[in-house]
Every structure is written in structure tokens, then in C-alpha cells.
Design a protein around this ligand. Structure first.
Ligand code: CAA
Length: 378
């Protein structure tokens, strides 16, 4: 497989790297203090990063999927928060409309989502329906020209900040996953109640909220696809979304490796840099080898997606491996830094806190193994 980036893709990498260094890195203390990076997102919109794969006719940058993954990867090397915000906005916020919306919905939402004026969120998970997403209990009842939704969602990334929510609810509970339907819900819809903003271990500055729908009236024209198609829409978008989270994990793992290698070269103990000890050098070697393997898996899945080929299995493999690598590298980076690694003076403790969730959201590592094994045995 050719992993050479095209000229356009290399340009994307340079633009995002420079932007992350100049604009995002100085903003990290504000995010760590809890501030949502609205002003960064505005600038990302101006750069065309909020609609990388959206066609030009809907106001997007009309670039290929690999370019999008490059953007998530490079952003996440500096800030995993920016990585997840963009990934959720694009893969599971914008893409459901782009791939499953009708022309009127695309014209109404895509230009604003691509410019960054609107931020997207994805509402599938519920208090009692996490890994078993198909058991969701939110109900949508059709009445005249609208649906009435009642229920609650949890762990909604971008929630409270987003302008557009892709919501999944059951229109026919007797049909199980075949009774689930998708809806596009505007932020200002009466009955949409933004609940608790979770206090998280990491990803400070990103929003993760609970949502409640109390007799929320959604116009029938905002239904996404047909009744009963919702679960397939959710799963299909998660297939692709998982490559984005894998790229986020890849970025965190590489950042941890780079920080550890740089520190090991300059930190002198017993009269020599600690990198000269095999105990440290071998850690770096293992971190680099895992990062390289993760990079190949992530870009292989991205390339398949860019070519329009099936990529569900490869996306899950990339997410499973890259998220494990992010966690392993972050743990080892803290170890290489020793006591300093445990302080907030160095970024490795942030990588450690941010890495963990990549093994949990958009399908836990256990769910990725289920998806991979289903592909192998069906
Ligand atoms: N694409 C299209 N259709 C799919 C599909 C896919 N990837 N996966 C399943 N389907 C279809 C199946 O084909 C099946 O239909 P048919 O019978 O007609 O073939 C139907 O959906 C039901 O499939 P399953 O029987 O396999 O469904 P299941 O209930 O056993 O669940 C699962 C499968 C893979 C475990 C799924 O529940 C799952 O992915 N769970 C994890 C949920 C998840 O990832 N949540 C993430 C929340 S979003 C998030 O985290 C965002 C964030 O904030 C960062």
C-alpha cells in the first residue's frame, strides 16, 4: 500500500501543523481550565477545516477522506480536545446529513456546518443503552406534521455547544433496532433540555453533557432517512467515525513518544542521558514501533474509505490498536519523565488523562473486538 501523501494532503498537514502550533497550543491552559474553544473553532471554520470532506456545492472544502484524517491526527498531536470536537462534528454530526439527508436538508444544514457557523453532535447513547446501542428507549411518536420525542441521552460530546443534534429514537419499539429512526434536531427546539456537563478525567475544555427531551416537537421534514433506518445510519457513520477517533489516538500516542524521547535525551542521571539506559531506550523503541503500526492501520482504513470501499473491520482494528497504543505510550511517557511526568508542568500527564477515553467512546475496545470478530465469522 502506498502511504505517500499527495501534494494536497501534504499541504493539509502543513496548514494544520502550523495552525495547531500557533493557535491551539497557547490556548491549552484555557481549555484545561474548562473553557470551550469557540474562538479556535471559528478560525478552523475560516481555514475550511469544519467541512473538509463536504462537497463544494454545499460550501465545503471538497477534499478527500485521508486529508480529513490528517487534520484530526495533526490536531490531536497538540490537543486531543480539538481532535474529538472536529471528529464528532464531522463524522457523526455532518456526515449523517451528507450521506443520508435529502437535498433540502443538505442545503439547509451543510453550508453552515462546513463553515463552522453550526457545530454538530451525535445523540445515540442513553443511561441504559451504551455498548448495546440498539436497546435505546427514547421514543418518537408521529403526530400530524411532526414527531414528539421523549427520553434522555448521556455522554453527548459537543452537547450544549452544538447547534445541530443527530438524535436516534424509536418510532416502533416492537421492531427493536429496525424501529429506530434518526432526526436532525436544532439547538433551539422547545423541549430540548441541556443537562449536566460531566466533570471528566481528561479532555478538559470539550463538552460532554446529558440531554433530556420533554415532549420535544421535531418537524417531520427533519426525519433523517426513512422510519426504521436509524440504527443502520448510526452504525454506518460510526464505522467512519471510528477512523477519526483512531487518528485522535494516534496523535496522542505520537505526542507522548516525542515528548518522552526528547526528555530522555536531555535528562541526565548517573552522569549520562537516561536515554542511554536500555531500560529507557527499549521503552522508546516499543512506543515507536506501536505508533508506526497504529499509523499504518489508521491510514489504511482511511484510504479504503477514501476509495469508497468497505472499511468497518479496518476502522475497528485501527481504533482498537491506536487507542491501546495511545494509552500504553502515555503510561510509559509518564514513567520516562519520572516525578516530573506526574506534574502539570509537562504535557505527558495530560496525554495520560486524554488517552483513556479513546478506548471507551465511539465503541469500547471490547465492542471493536465484537465488530472485528463478526466480520471474520459472518
Ligand atoms: N453498517 C450498517 N449496518 C449495520 C452495521 C454497520 N456497521 N452494523 C450493524 N448494522 C445493521 C446490521 O446489518 C443489522 O441489520 P440486518 O439484520 O438487516 O443485517 C442491524 O444493524 C443490527 O445489527 P446487529 O444485530 O449486529 O446489532 P447489535 O444490536 O448486535 O449491535 C454493535 C451491534 C456493533 C454491538 C452495536 O450496538 C455497537 O456498535 N455498539 C457500540 C455503540 C457505540 O459505538 N456507541 C458510540 C456512541 S457515539 C460516541 O461515542 C461519540 C462521542 O461522543 C465521541
Amino acid at each position: 500500500m502506498d502511504l505517500q501523501f499527495t501534494e494536497e494532503q501534504q499541504m493539509m498537514r502543513t496548514v494544520v501543523r502550523d495552525f495547531a502550533k500557533a493557535e491551539i497550543e497557547p490556548f491549552i491552559p484555557r481549555m484545561e481550565a474548562g473553557e470551550f474553544p469557540r474562538e479556535i473553532l471559528k478560525k478552523m471554520g475560516e481555514l475550511g477545516l469544519m467541512g473538509i470532506t463536504v462537497p463544494e456545492k454545499y460550501g465545503g472544502s471538497d477534499m478527500d477522506f485521508v486529508s480529513y484524517i490528517i487534520a484530526i491526527h495533526e490536531l490531536s498531536k497538540v490537543s486531543a480536545v480539538m481532535g474529538v470536537i472536529l471528529s464528532v462534528h464531522t463524522s457523526v454530526g455532518t456526515n449523517p446529513i451528507m450521506y443520508f439527508g435529502n437535498e433540502e436538508q443538505k442545503n439547509r444544514y451543510l453550508p453552515k456546518m462546513a463553515s463552522g457557523e453550526y457545530l454538530g453532535a451525535f445523540c445515540l447513547t442513553e443511561p441504559s443503552a451504551g455498548s448495546d446501542a440498539g436497546s435505546l428507549k427514547t421514543k418518537a411518536v408521529k403526530k400530524d406534521d411532526h414527531y414528539v420525542l421523549n427520553g434522555s441521552k448521556v455522554f453527548i460530546t459537543n452537547g450544549g455547544e452544538a447547534d445541530v443534534y443527530i438524535v436516534f429514537a424509536s418510532t416502533d419499539p416492537s421492531q427493536g433496532t429496525y424501529g429506530i429512526t434518526g432526526f436532525i434536531v436544532d439547538m433551539d427546539t422547545p423541549g430540548l433540555i441541556i443537562g449536566k456537563d460531566e466533570e471528566k478525567m481528561g479532555l478538559h475544555g470539550s463538552r460532554t453533557v446529558q440531554l433530556t427531551f420533554e415532549d420535544m416537537k421535531v418537524p417531520a421534514e427533519n426525519r433523517l432517512g426513512e422510519e426504521g433506518e436509524g440504527f443502520k445510519i448510526a452504525m454506518a457513520n460510526l464505522d467512519v467515525g471510528r477512523i477519526g477517533i483512531a487518528a485522535q489516538a494516534l496523535g496522542i500516542g505520537e505526542a507522548a513518544l516525542e515528548a518522552a524521547a526528547a526528555y530522555a535525551k536531555e535528562r541526565v542521571q548517573f552522569g549520562k542521558p537516561i536515554a542511554a539506559n536500555q531500560g529507557v531506550g527499549f521503552k522508546l523503541a516499543d512506543m515507536a514501533t506501536a505508533s508506526e503500526a497504529a499509523r499504518l492501520l489508521v491510514y489504511r482504513a482511511a484510504q479504503l474509505r477514501a476509495e469508497g470501499k468497505p472499511c468497518g473491520k479496518e476502522a475497528s482494528m485501527a481504533k482498537l490498536f491506536a487507542s491501546q497504543t495511545a494509552m500504553d505510550n502515555a503510561i510509559e511517557a509518564v514513567q520516562v519523565f519520572g516525578g516530573y511526568g506526574y506534574t502539570e508542568d509537562y504535557p505527558v500527564e495530560r496525554y495520560f488523562r486524554d488517552a483513556k477515553v479513546t478506548q471507551i467512546y465511539e465503541g469500547t475496545s471490547e465492542i471493536q473486538r465484537i465488530v472485528i470478530s463478526k466480520h471474520l465469522t459472518r
